[in-house]
Design a protein around this ligand. Structure first.
Ligand code: GLN
Length: 485
């Protein structure tokens, strides 16, 4: 297989055997970028020069006898809402077009300590709001499987570049599905860890009680290896969990005998494509063949998850995004004649439509007269959803569902109709509301052309069960297709 399609662990193996150098890896990724990037637009910024010079340094370390750790010398794409010191971090917004952070996000520091290589900053929906990557100030990202279709969102860039061989893996952020849904539409693996397992320090906030950083990789093994690096306590994030991080790679065993797997019937309802449902039924059969026990279960309050999310997420967003006022950093309208006018015009010109829509919904839900009716009520229903999951996990080790109700849809198909677009995350949003870990793995191709994703959800801090089932199913499904781009 071409070098640009190898996984990080396969490349590590070749580095160890001296069959390849890190410089060759980086060069092959950049050759691929030159070949496909003008058709995909998955990056906002490339870091070719610094990547090649870092690769040279890593090669020197290796020839001096240094141990080769996971992701050492691996070109990684980073979603452009994760702060990288001295490198623009735009959130795909005009308002941050020229913003250069003076610090690294904690996840970046951790990767740097392992000698990773930053391939570039990946494209996304503006401020991570969207499900199709059509909301980027830097243009729509295309799906590598069919460039007339969306890659999903908001981490469309991070997912597309891993699927197309433009990076070995990437980091995304997931507030309501933004890692799992694009991973599903692009035929790669995406993981959202338990809320608090990965530091949010340096992740530009969208909805702070839901946001979580996680990896997008070519297989489950790379995903576990990346979790080993990015998970763990950080005193700079007050919601970071203070506990010892397990070795996630130790859970990669293809053994799910006697594991109990629930299928929430609310996530298999109308609106889910027939082929997507069939793929889930096929995996259920595989689980049973491997000795797992599968049963249907009802989580009645999931019905309200989307409504709850579209109150809580915009409310938190409207508050988080109030800092972008044209004063301290970011875009400023310089023609305004008064302070008020400067605020108004900077924000009106700096933010895109979807971001404005969310700010308005959020400000409305939090306003004095409506707070109890909307925000507080939503928080109460959120608790009911959490309780549904708690109950389910008394009986089951993991739950499975489709990741996305459909495969990749056409560019332009849903952009004029926000409510239909919001439905794209119906299966992933409940997981964020409850702070649970969940993965999306490829489960087949619809019509032999477009990837279908399977979601595996675990209880809080039970990444072990999620990885075990994901690893076993990945082996059983044997998805090895690559986009023919
Ligand atoms: N698509 C959802 C939204 O638009 C989720 C986004 C995300 O997870 N960042 O809010």
């Amino acid at each position: 297989m071409e070098i640009h399609y190898l996984t990080a662990h396969q490349l590590k193996d070749r580095l160890e055997k001296g069959q390849i150098s890190c410089t060759e890896i980086v060069k092959s990724i950049y050759l691929r970028i030159e070949e496909v990037e003008d058709r995909l637009n998955s990056y906002i910024r490339l870091e070719k020069e610094s990547a090649l010079s870092r690769a040279g340094e890593v090669d020197k370390l290796i020839s001096a006898g240094s141990d080769i750790e996971d992701f050492m010398g691996m070109p990684v794409a980073v979603k452009d809402n994760i702060c990288t010191k001295n490198i623009t971090t735009t959130c795909a917004s005009r308002i941050l077009e020229n913003y250069i952070p003076i610090y690294n996000a904690t996840v970046i520091d951790r990767l740097e300590s392992r000698n990773y290589i930053l391939a570039g900053k990946a494209n996304m929906d503006e401020f991570a709001m969207g499900s199709s990557n059509e909301n980027s100030y830097f243009g729509t990202v295309k799906n590598p499987w069919d460039t007339d279709r969306v890659p999903g969102g908001s981490s469309g860039g991070p997912a597309a570049c891993v699927a197309a061989g433009e990076a070995v893996c990437s980091l995304g952020s997931d507030t309501g599905g933004s890692i799992r849904q694009p991973a599903s539409l692009c035929g790669v693996v995406g993981f959202k860890p338990t809320y608090g397992m990965v530091s949010r320090y340096g992740l530009v906030a969208f909805a702070s009680s839901l946001d979580q950083i996680g990896p997008i990789t070519r297989d489950v093994e790379d995903c576990a290896a990346m979790l080993n690096i990015i998970c763990g306590h950080d005193r700079k994030d007050s919601t970071s969990i203070n506990m010892e991080v397990p070795d996630y790679k130790s859970f990669l065993k293809a053994d799910i005998k006697d594991m109990r797997i629930g299928v929430p019937k609310e996530l298999m309802v109308e609106g889910i494509d027939r082929e997507v449902k069939e793929a889930v039924y096929r995996t259920i059969k595989l689980v049973e063949d491997m000795g797992g026990i599968v049963e249907e279960i009802s989580l009645p309050n999931l019905e309200y998850a989307l409504s709850v999310y579209y109150i809580i997420a915009p409310s938190e967003a409207s508050s988080n995004l109030s800092r972008f006022d044209g004063v301290r950093y970011g875009y400023r309208n310089v023609e305004a004649e008064s302070l008020r006018e400067m605020y108004r015009r900077s924000r009106a010109e700096g933010f895109g439509d979807e971001v404005k829509r969310r700010i308005m919904i959020g400000a409305y839900c939090l306003s004095a007269g409506y707070y109890d009716a909307y925000y507080e009520k939503a928080q109460r229903v959120r608790t009911l959803i959490i309780n549904d999951f708690k109950k389910a996990f008394k009986k089951f080790d993991v739950l499975i569902s489709p990741t996305s109700p459909t495969t990749a849809f056409k560019i332009g198909e849903k952009i004029e109709d926000p409510l239909t677009m919001y439905l794209s995350d119906i299966c992933t949003i409940p997981v964020n509301l409850a702070g649970l870990p969940a993965i999306s793995i490829p489960a087949g191709l619809s019509g032999g052309k477009l990837p279908i994703g399977l979601q595996i959800i675990g209880n809080v801090l039970r990444e072990d069960n999620v990885l075990k089932v994901a690893y076993s199913l990945e082996k059983a499904i044997g998805f090895t297709c690559r986009p023919g781009l």
